[in-house]
Each structure stands twice: as structure tokens, then as C-alpha cells.
Design a protein around this ligand. Structure first.
Ligand SMILES: Nc1ncnc2c1ncn2[C@@H]1O[C@H](COP(=O)(O)OP(=O)(O)OP(=O)(O)O)[C@@H](O)[C@H]1O
Length: 255
């Protein structure tokens, strides 16, 4: 179970003046960002804007040259490695789903629930009724109860993505970072994903990186636009889409 995160001031994630350089090139350039507890935030920006680098900094994969990154009031994420940050309650979902194809949907979720335990507990593991309830509840959340017995390898692309979200939820994250969840999905799967992500808040906070503007419109209350490693503008989807500076950086792209 992740340790308590102090969000008394309403903020779950706070970055200030963060810069990351790769061979002199500033992938992030003095970026500051605050995400509120219980918020569903969308992060957009043209190719190379720094979205992935930002996720890498939050999850500890990349350490910035300067700046501060806090989880809640007082957990300095720059002091922690990737594994510790995951344990602190930040879950990350990459674009490509990574489930265990030879295990059923239920077994995949059971593995994720079991993964929450210490190695010693996992060794002596017997599924408790509490865990069985938890798995049943996760199956409902990600709408895979009807296919719980199916091998994960046989699921549709969308179902695999939902299963992976379910596996992340099994870790009981406070903050979920989700990279391009609807890439390659059918219209129906996209709509279902929109409902799923909206159902995750306000119990948790969610940051979604997404290029599909119709999808962003369907889920986002607040949108942050990154450009050249910094925040260009934040606001509602309407504010962002009508802003001339956003139109300029997206010249030729589907905004
Ligand atoms: N490991 C690295 N070494 C060198 N340059 C890098 C590295 N990682 C990222 N970059 C550069 O930093 C900039 C920001 O990259 P990043 O992947 O964060 O952008 P992005 O907004 O996620 O783009 P996309 O939408 O194309 O995924 C790009 O110019 C990229 O080429």
C-alpha cells in the first residue's frame, strides 16, 4: 500500500523550473506544472515538445539538470529511484500494452494484485477472499468481467489496454500517467476508454498524454500544452484550441 501523500493543499504533483538537456539540447526548459488531487489532466503538444521526457522525469527514469519535482507537499521525487517512485503511488502506462498473453485476464489481474506484496508474502501467497473481491472489482472497473477467463493474448487491442490499466489500478496508485491510450483503438473502444478514464477520478489523479483532440475534448477539464520543453498555455480545451500561439505551434497538425 503506497504511503500517505500529503495533499492538504490540493496539489498531488508539483514541478518547478525543471530542465533536462540531452547533449546540450533542452528537452525540458524551465518547465513548471501543478496537477491537483483528483484531477484528470490532458497533456498535449507537437512532436518533440517534451511530453515523454516530462513523464520520464516524474517517474524517475530521467533526472533533471535543475528544478524540483514533488509528490504532494513533501515527497521530493528527485531523491527517489524509479522503483521507489512506483511504490510511492505513481503508476505509468506506456502506449504499447504489456500483459501476460499466456495468462487469462483474471490471472493477469491476480498477478498484479499479488505484486503489491512483499517478496516474502508473495512466496507464501494464497489468494484471500479479499483479493478475490479486489480482482472482481477490477474486472468490473475495466469492463472485462465477461472475458475474465480468456487468454490475454486473444483480447482486442482496446481490451488489452484496459487490462493493463486494471493491472496498474491493482497497485492502488494515487497518480496515473497514461501515454496515448486510444492510439489504434476503434471508435467504440475510444468511447469506452473515455468513460473508463473519467471513472478513475476523483479517487485518483490522472495525467493523459494524447494526440487525438476529439478524445481530449471528451475527457479533459484542463489541458496543458507543451512546446519546446515548457508550458505554452493551460486552460479548457476551447481556450487552448482557440489560442493563436497553439495554432501556430500545431501548424499543419490536427489541432
Ligand atoms: N535520450 C535522448 N537523447 C537525446 N535526445 C532526446 C532523448 N530523449 C528525447 N530527446 C529529444 O528531446 C526532445 C523532446 O522529446 P520527447 O520525446 O520528450 O518529446 P514528445 O513531446 O514526447 O514527442 P512525441 O510526441 O514525438 O513523442 C526531442 O527533440 C527529442 O529528440
Amino acid at each position: 500500500m503506497p504511503e500517505a501523500i500529503d495533499t492538504r493543499h490540493g496539489v498531488i504533483l508539483y514541478l518547478e523550473d525543471v530542465s533536462v538537456s540531452f547533449s546540450g539540447y533542452k528537452a525540458l526548459n524551465g518547465l513548471s506544472l501543478a496537477v491537483d488531487r483528483g484531477e484528470l489532466r490532458c497533456l498535449i503538444g507537437p512532436n518533440g515538445a517534451g511530453k515523454t521526457t516530462l513523464m520520464d522525469v516524474i517517474t524517475g527514469k530521467t533526472k533533471p539538470d535543475k528544478g524540483s519535482v514533488y509528490l504532494g507537499q513533501d515527497i521530493n521525487l528527485l531523491d527517489s529511484d524509479e522503483a521507489t517512485i512506483a511504490r510511492l503511488g505513481i503508476g505509468r502506462k506506456f502506449q504499447k500494452p504489456s500483459v501476460f498473453p499466456q495468462q487469462t485476464v483474471r490471472e493477469n489481474l491476480a498477478l498484479a494484485v499479488r505484486g503489491n506484496r512483499s517478496p516474502w508474502d508473495a512466496l507464501r501467497y494464497r489468494q484471500s477472499s479479499e483479493d478475490a473481491d479486489r480482482i472482481a472489482s477490477l474486472l468490473l472497473t475495466v469492463a472485462l468481467d465477461a472475458v475474465a477467463h480468456k487468454l490475454a493474448g486473444g483480447l482486442s487491442h482496446g481490451q488489452k489496454q484496459w487490462l493493463e490499466i486494471g493491472m496498474l489500478l491493482a497497485q492502488e496508485p494515487s497518480l496515473l500517467l497514461i501515454d496515448e491510450p486510444v492510439a489504434g483503438m476503434t471508435q467504440h473502444e475510444t468511447e469506452r476508454t473515455s468513460e473508463l478514464l473519467q471513472s478513475l477520478v476523483p479517487e485518483r489523479s490522472v495525467v493523459v498524454v494524447e494526440h487525438d483532440m476529439a478524445f481530449v475534448r471528451s475527457i479533459a477539464r484542463k489541458v496543458t500544452v507543451l512546446h519546446e520543453g515548457t508550458v505554452l498555455i493551460e486552460g479548457s480545451i476551447d481556450e487552448v484550441q482557440s489560442d493563436p500561439s497553439v495554432r501556430e505551434v500545431y501548424l499543419g497538425e490536427a489541432c
